[in-house]
Ligand binder design. Structure first.
Ligand code: IMP
Length: 429
């Protein structure tokens, strides 16, 4: 069964977009299974830079079916803008389909996102303010409006009437302005008209593709430790970016997943609040931020940067049943004399090699580091492992040895060709 799940193994922004683009060229179908336009996937190819937030990056390959899965929440206006922008850059795209079970993000979700952050005071999460949390809350509370309802005018009217009456009472309680039904319904009906042709029961399409032995790529967004259950709660997103989310968010069972690749940077970054044991608040952190252009694609915020944390990767390997790791941005560390890797944590007088489930305990851990020789030179020209400096190869070997997970792919630059495939056998199972 040639199916592959690609997940972020850290806190998001691991350069999954590039990988999905590279592997998407081999896939018949690419399905995104979680999140919304809180994600930002950048693909640089043929001298052009494409920025995706909702559309699976695999759409760049004509002949590929690109699916927005049921586990996603969709801002219709954002999606239409993204589609128009992508079509302006490239005419021959794959076929876009949107699950009728995906949820719609409305302006009241964004308003409530801001109000909730304000209410959290010092403990604010640092969300992307796209209304993602409130949209998933509505899904769980059964107040959500799904794509399949949204594109049927009578159903949409009925559901929006019911939901908006409740939301307006909530907004009033916060002392916030409310939303007028007619204006909202008219504006969003316009978006629904444009999106209607794309909305189908994609779950059946994915199931049939898996049964027919087609190459299906399940595209993750965000990262393992932003997962609602397995991440550093409450500093997480509201969906399931782990590999299990690929089942929940597309309509297939676990035996439909063959290979799972976890994408990690050669260092660690995080945006928003929450513990980050290997964070570097010094000139090396700034070096990584500048050289790696570690600024959020969605919010423009400077990302927090730090050393690679193998405790994080070991846990990611277990949580996702990783078949292999994809180590990205190895080129960014070039020029640092000595590099450090966290191998375990000091915690309450002992040593642990897992992330405590309670985030307040996690905030107390101190990383235990292994120091290694750094490397220098322009790695972007390397095309095989043997082209890499010896110390960079040792760094990769150490990651493999400690995580007990093979390095399947190494990325040494943003372009498609700056990719070294080490273990092709781990890609499609
Ligand atoms: P939300 O998903 O907007 O609710 O934000 C919750 C947390 O997840 C915040 O810390 C965000 O910075 C983080 N987050 C959400 N999406 C991404 C992403 O694509 N990359 C990195 N961090 C993200």
């Amino acid at each position: 069964m040639p199916t592959l799940v690609v997940v972020g193994a850290q806190w998001g922004d691991e350069a999954k977009g590039k990988l999905v683009d590279v592997l998407g060229s081999q896939a018949d179908m690419v399905v995104r299974f979680a999140g919304g336009n809180n994600a930002g996937h950048t693909v640089i190819t043929g001298g052009k830079t494409y920025k995706f937030q909702l559309i699976p990056a695999g759409i760049l390959h004509p002949g590929t079916v690109a699916i927005i899965g049921s586990g996603m929440v969709v801002c219709p206006k954002g999606l239409l803008e993204e589609l128009a922008r992508t079509l302006e850059q490239k005419k021959d795209l794959g076929t876009l389909q949107i699950s009728s079970a995906a949820h719609v993000v409305f302006p009241y979700h964004r308003m409530l996102d801001a109000l909730e952050e304000e209410a959290r005071g010092e403990n604010k999460i640092g969300t992307t303010s796209r209304g993602i949390g409130p949209a998933y809350q509505d899904k769980v509370a059964r107040f959500g409006i799904r794509m399949g309802e949204f594109v049927q005018p009578e159903l949409f009217k009925m559901r929006l009437k019911e939901v908006l009456a409740y939301k307006n009472r909530l907004l009033q309680m916060f002392g916030s302005p409310t939303l007028e039904f007619d204006a909202l319904f008219d504006e969003y009906s316009g978006y629904a008209d444009q999106l209607r042709p794309y909305v189908v029961d994609t779950e059946v399409m994915v199931q049939e593709a898996v049964e027919a032995n087609k190459k299906v790529l399940f595209e993750g967004a965000q990262g393992t430790f932003l997962d609602l259950d397995s991440g550093t709660y409450p500093y997480v997103t509201s969906s399931h970016p782990v590999s299990g989310g690929a089942c929940l968010g597309t309509g297939v069972g676990p035996r439909a997943l063959q290979s799972v690749l976890g994408v990690c940077k050669a260092y660690t970054t995080r945006v928003g609040s929450g513990p980050f044991p290997t964070e570097l608040d010094d000139e090396i952190g700034q070096f990584i931020r500048d050289k790696g252009q570690e600024y959020g694609t969605v919010t423009g915020r400077g990302r927090r940067c730090g050393w690679l944390d193998l405790v994080v990767l070991k846990q990611a390997s277990r949580l996702n049943s990783l078949s292999g790791l994809v180590v990205t941005r190895l080129d960014v560390l070039s020029g640092i004399e000595k590099v450090k890797i966290a191998t375990s944590y000091d915690y309450e007088g002992g040593q642990i090699d897992h992330i405590p489930a309670n985030v307040w305990d996690f905030a107390k851990v101190k990383p235990h580091y292994e120091e290694m020789e750094g490397w220098d030179g322009d790695l972007q020209k390397c095309r095989s492992l043997s082209d890499l400096p010896e110390s960079a190869r040792r760094y990769l070997d150490y990651i493999e040895e400690q995580t007990k997970t093979p390095v399947a792919i190494v990325s040494i630059g943003p372009d498609r060709k700056e990719t070294i495939v080490v273990r092709p056998d781990l890609i499609w199972g």
